[in-house]
Design a protein around this ligand. Sequence first.
Ligand SMILES: NC(=O)c1ccc[n+]([C@@H]2O[C@H](COP(=O)([O-])OP(=O)(O)OC[C@H]3O[C@@H](n4cnc5c(N)ncnc54)[C@H](OP(=O)(O)O)[C@@H]3O)[C@@H](O)[C@H]2O)c1
Length: 220
Amino acid sequence: MTTIGIIGAGEVGSQLARAAVAHGYHVVIANSRGPETLTHLVEELGPSARAATAADAAAAGDFVIIAVPLKPANDMPVEQLAGKIVLDTNNYMPWRDGHFPVVDSGEKTVHELRQEQLPTSKVAKAFTHIQAPRLFLSARPVGTPGRHALSVSSDHPEAVELVTRLYDAFGFDTVDNSPLSESWRSGPGQPAWISHTHQTRDQLAAHLAEARRIPYPTRG
Ligand SMILES: NC(=O)c1ccc[n+]([C@@H]2O[C@H](COP(=O)([O-])OP(=O)(O)OC[C@H]3O[C@@H](n4cnc5c(N)ncnc54)[C@H](OP(=O)(O)O)[C@@H]3O)[C@@H](O)[C@H]2O)c1
């Protein structure tokens, strides 16, 4: 049985936990306030899930999902994430998180910054251009015509492979938009982002190719 550590129990973290449990994974989930604040969520998720601290969720996961905005000062458990594949759902929202000048200038992507904060982990950008409720609403079995596709970006091929398998299990096709330096193509305001309600693999690949450098949204 594969265990997924999930750091972040908000809209995305909790919905990814529901999807993971529904597809037969074990989940260890954390927020910033402590496991005692996640009682209702783990009751809802059932016996395949438990709440923990972020460090314990990271340590318990065969791989780990970070569903937490990127902060300038690293607030993730680097040591417990060492050697692991880490899926990062973060979107760059300056109105929410403040500006990262190297991202604004196009020098780096937020996911390269996450990789720098977790140098001993294998970071992949995943699940960023789908709204949390659509993780169930848009899911379709493999082979369904017009199946919805999601992008993945990573500097590590094994992380791309893992995300591709996970997307497939959750009901989605994959377009590989690696490496992390290209991950801006699926960011807020880009065609792949705007078309988040539905895009097939071919449409998503075309949208990623159409992406152009634009200022990041200054408000939600
Ligand atoms: N909402 C969506 O549909 C969606 C879709 C795709 C991607 N995203 C992106 O995914 C990320 C999460 O979005 P969200 O909507 O789920 O946010 P959210 O509802 O605000 O939840 C954020 C979660 O992160 C936790 N957290 C913050 N700092 C933490 C830390 N240092 N350690 C452990 N947990 C911490 C918070 O815990 P506390 O509540 O205890 O502070 C909360 O559970 C964002 O970057 C967002 O842009 C969102």
